[in-house]
Design a protein around this ligand. Structure first.
Ligand SMILES: [Zn+2]
Length: 495
């Protein structure tokens, strides 16, 4: 038996100015993972790809892994990069026949040419392998298109946010595909979406309504109503026609049941659309509120979260923290490779005066992103390499490139050269900071921090700063997204 396994993963924020070329998909920023190197990188990790490799291994299958490309969220993907990933997969499929294809995709990838990049990838795969059994695992933030669903035999999405269920997701996708290969089942898929854009800050499965919504899908599988049920809350920072919440259900040769279950999930979500919105607070008021709280206080600069496409170089939340005089703060972080280099030239212990961040223009967002002038001591320098122990990616090697910590006396500011959401304790450890010992842990994160840092938070304060993951969708120009859609349009009927 021969199984082709591949990963092509990107969550595209169409409003983000951060460019997305091939290098962003390389773990070290230079070398794309292909073949045996990709297998070695992911085998044994808590990733979908790692579990696909294990499942194919148990079958005694020959594995081909033509590409494992995963980039942090950012702007539309270069078509050259997308074409390369597709070509690596289709060239492998042309070399020899395969019994099964297992793909680890995100589901919200947009290129300059394709608003449904995963659908286009599958179209090219189906040109070469029209009948090969094919499973797809997707992120809960997928914006589902018919081009994805119609070309897959099995689809499974994450059921947790923070995403700590890569392994069970790959199990649901991969094992179901294996059953189909053996002729035990005949998968049929139904899907639909609701006209709603759930706010990312209201999507966590530690809270309602997504907690119950995901539990409903889980119960459908457990009680044998279907083979696989997935609810995708969608990625709202994408101006694409099918952005928003959707459900995908796979049954054993029972299309009507699949449709009925999709409708049940969407009815539940739609009835709770208001609970999927998010109320903001004035930034100065948030920081003042945090100032009165016992630590550790986790402060979320959530509009500039790189895992939603943020530039990570906005400074207004950091600036407000400094202005209001908060003490014993770690701020993670500011993306500024030049400032990191300047800190390295100065060396540990040196006092530097640097302009931080504020370099990236954000044409989609009103307001200006100003650099922040900071006088501080260089406290730590790091090469930025570690192996993650976070439940979201245990065993994955992380290469951040050079990092620096500047200490103002009150605030320790982490400077980074590559984008990463500070949701992994390992990121703090490699620069010698224990966030549990800080009064304030200010991070450019939204929900994923809860997976590894959640236990330390005595209080959480959401700080509404500047960034392309803005809290107010109303300021974004949605030109391609289907309308009406809640809450851009305050509709009461699904149409
Ligand atoms: Zn996600």
């Amino acid at each position: 038996m021969r199984v082709l396994i591949a990963k092509v993963s990107h969550e595209t924020n169409t409003f983000s100015p951060v460019p997305t070329a091939v290098a962003r998909f390389c773990p070290d920023g230079e070398t794309l993972l292909t073949g045996q190197a990709a297998i070695d990188f992911y085998r044994g990790t808590t990733s979908c790809l790692g579990r696909y490799i294990a499942i194919a291994g148990e079958l005694g299958a020959d594995i081909a892994l033509p590409v494992a490309a995963a980039a942090p969220p950012s702007g539309p993907v270069d078509d050259d990069a997308f074409d390369l990933f597709c070509r690596l997969i289709t060239d492998e499929l042309r070399k020899q026949p395969f019994d099964a294809i297992m793909l680890d995709l995100h589901g919200a990838m947009v290129t300059n040419q394709y608003e449904d990049a995963e659908g286009e990838l599958l179209r090219r795969v189906r040109e070469v392998a029209p009948d090969t059994k094919l499973s797809v695992s997707l992120d809960m933030h997928a914006n589902i298109f018919d081009g994805i669903v119609s070309r897959a035999d099995v689809i499974a999405g994450y059921r947790t946010y923070p995403h700590v269920d890569h392994l069970p997701t790959a199990e649901r996708a991969g094992r179901t595909l294996v059953r189909a290969l053996r002729g035990e089942i005949k998968p049929t898929i139904a899907w639909a979406n609701a006209p709603m854009l759930p706010h990312v800050m209201a999507q966590g499965t530690y809270r309602e309504p997504n907690k119950t919504l995901q539990a409903m899908a889980e119960a459908m599988e457990r009680e044998g109503e279907c083979l696989v049920a997935s609810v995708f809350v969608g990625f709202p920072h994408a101006d694409v026609s099918q952005a928003g919440l959707s459900a995908v259900v796979v049954t054993d040769n029972d299309p009507e049941a699949a449709q009925r279950l999709v409708a049940r999930l969407l009815d539940f979500a739609w009835a709770r659309r208001e609970a999927f919105t998010f109320q903001t607070e004035d930034l100065a008021a948030s920081v003042a509120r945090a100032k009165e709280l016992d630590g550790p206080v986790v402060m979320l600069d959530h509009c500039d979260n790189s895992s939603s496409g943020g530039t990570m170089d906005t400074t207004n939340v950091l600036s407000e923290i400094i202005r209001q005089g908060l003490e014993d703060v770690v701020f993670f972080g500011i993306y500024d490779p030049d400032a990191v280099q300047a800190a390295m030239r100065a060396g540990v212990g040196a006092t530097v005066e640097l302009k931080l961040g504020g370099r990236m223009k954000m044409p989609s967002i009103p307001g200006t992103n100003e650099p922040l002038l900071v006088k501080a001591q260089v406290k730590t320098l790091s090469a930025g390499y570690f192996v993650s122990d976070s439940p979201m990616r245990r065993g994955v090697k992380v290469m951040m490139g050079p990092m620096a910590v500047l200490d103002t006396g009150k605030v320790e500011i982490v400077l980074i050269s590559r984008h990463a959401e500070p949701s992994d304790l390992g990121l703090f450890k490699i620069v010698g900071i224990d966030p549990a010992k800080k009064h304030y842990v200010a991070i450019k994160s939204r929900v994923h921090w809860r997976a590894d840092l959640g236990a330390l938070a005595k209080h959480v304060v959401e700080c509404n700063g500047l960034g392309v993951c803005t809290s107010d969708y109303g300021i974004l120009k949605f030109e391609k997204t289907r309308r009406p859609i809640y809450p851009l349009d305050l509709i009461n009927e699904r149409g």
